[in-house]
Design a binder for this molecule. Structure first.
Ligand code: SDX
Length: 451
């Protein structure tokens, strides 16, 4: 709270009837003095926030509809209450349903993490077994999916294919529209979690002109995905270290509160569209290079830098505003992204198996210099989840343009959990922000002959 000349907080100073006495006596309220009218308003402070709609009472005349809050890109606006993921950006803390990410990543499977995010509690052994069996029995996709997959160009971007395929799934499951039925929502979440790996693997194979590999329900969730992507000649000797690393990476990506793609899923889902369509909106948002597409952009950046010796010059270019250090910075984390720390540990285990990715040396030098440079330090720019993940995916054999598909596979349970929470939140309704109109005032139409 800032102080004014009179020792009272600034906001209590201006009005003629400004509240006197210590602010400490005032309950959890914000007293607002409208200097246009001298009127004073008191709005409740709950959970460290005020309701934007409480500002509507503040008017400067009969024809004034009342104050709006203006917050482009929602820099300081909570869109919902959520119990799923907690992030403390300054302390670099990330928890799924209260469990620290460090513990979840080290001790659970991806489907166990998905269950935790979706149900709110860690599953018992029986519950997990039933959950895995449900997912395992829905891994096939309609053969027509493979037909329209063939319609994509050989060099179609995998995220464009994923976006189209998941949206199209809504046409195969018209029953998914009945979002009011919890049992139906459960069936759709199982279908999404079961079929996304299959579609992702088909995309991988399509990009390489390889025949599709059908799901194998005798394999685990990650093992089945790896087999569908890499099987050749009817077999694939999976590397358990790489498979375990992929599972940890997907767990680390599973949810991240109200990020851009999750907000897209919530926003589109608020119109009560089916979950396949809502998730396809999340895929579209994740595709962008400022969000999930950053892991692909990092590798392209490392390719442009080409050699460790070129790092200082590249950093100087970034500091002059020519481009960004992809994989650095975060809207919430103003210290190290805890996932980046864990991913660096995963990288060590992967590179021990695959040999060091030569680009790692460039990435480490970028990080070293950036963490000492005031341009980045002053802006609190640290490596985020995307800075090292691409190096690992590349070492695993995935192409650069496929990295964000892997991000989507990881984020899927979070998207679905957030979609469910939105539907069950009595305070939520169709998302429809307001605007501040800055266009022309009313004017007479101009016929073509006079233009
Ligand atoms: C993900 O939200 C989530 O939770 C996302 C995510 C998830 O799990 O869902 O964590 C996943 O998307 C991680 C972020 C991946 N994106 C990138 O790595 C792309 C590079 N990073 C940025 O573009 C940027 O840092 C964002 C988009 C991540 C955050 O941007 P903000 O919070 O809107 O910050 P900003 O663009 O307003 O930048 C603030 C300042 C600016 O400088 P000034 O104008 O004040 O001088 O920092 C600078 C920016 O120019 N800046 C960077 C930079 N990021 C910000 N400068 C160089 N390189 C960067 N990466």
């Amino acid at each position: 709270m800032w102080e004014s000349a009179g020792g009272l907080p600034h906001s209590l100073r201006a009005g003629p009837d400004a509240l006197r006495g210590s602010v400490a006596d005032v309950p959890d309220t914000l007293t607002i003095v409208d200097n246009r009218t001298g009127l004073e308003y008191s709005v409740p402070i709950v959970d460290g926030s005020i309701r934007a709609t409480d500002l509507r009472q503040i008017t400067a005349g009969d024809d004034d509809p009342g104050l709006l809050s203006f917050d482009p890109a929602y820099l300081n606006t909570a869109s919902c209450k959520s119990a799923i993921t907690y992030i403390d950006g300054d302390a670099g803390i990330l928890r799924y349903r209260g469990y620290p990410i460090e513990e979840v990543a080290d001790t659970t499977t991806f489907l166990e993490t998905a269950y935790l995010l979706l149900e709110g509690e860690l599953p018992t052994a029986d519950a997990l077994q039933g959950w895995e069996a449900d997912v395992r029995s829905h891994t096939y996709v309609h053969t027509n999916v493979t037909k329209f997959m063939e319609g994509f160009r050989y060099d179609a971007h995998p995220m464009g294919m994923l976006l189209g395929a998941v949206g199209a799934l809504s046409t195969f499951y018209p029953d998914a529209k009945d979002i009011s039925d919890p049992e139906n929502r459960y069936l759709q979440r199982v279908r999404l979690l079961a079929k996304l790996p299959t579609i992702a693997a088909y995309i991988f194979r399509h990009s390489r002109g390889l025949p599709y590999v059908l799901p194998r329900n005798d394999l685990g969730y990650i093992g089945n995905f790896v087999n569908m992507t890499f099987e050749i000649g009817g077999k694939h000797e999976a590397n358990p270290v790489l498979q375990n690393a992929l599972e940890i990476l997907l767990i680390l990506h599973a949810d991240h509160e109200q990020n851009c793609s999750t907000s897209a899923v919530r926003g589109v889902g608020s119109s009560h569209v089916d979950p396949f369509s809502a998730v396809s909106a999340g895929i579209a948002a994740l595709y962008g290079p400022l969000h999930g597409g950053a892991n692909e952009a990092v590798l392209k950046m490392l390719d442009v830098i080409g050699d460790k010796a070129n790092v200082p010059a590249f950093i100087e270019q970034v500091k002059t505003g020519k481009g960004r250090l992809m994989g650095f910075g975060h809207r919430v984390y103003k210290s190290y992204d805890p996932r980046a720390t864990l991913i660096k540990q995963v990288a060590d285990s992967v590179f021990a198996e695959t040999g060091l990715n030569p680009k790692l040396e460039i990435a480490l030098e970028l990080e070293r210099i950036a963490l000492e440079d005031d341009y980045f330090v002053s802006r609190k720019l640290y490596p985020n989840v995307d800075f090292y993940s691409g190096l690992i995916y590349q070492a695993m054999g995935y192409s650069t343009d496929y990295f964000t598909v892997l991000f989507a596979l990881g984020r899927l349970p979070g998207w679905i959990a957030q979609w469910e929470e939105m539907l069950n939140d009595p305070e939520q309704k169709i998302a429809r922000p307001r605007q501040i109109y800055i266009g022309p005032e009313k004017r007479s139409f101009v016929p073509m002959s006079d233009r």
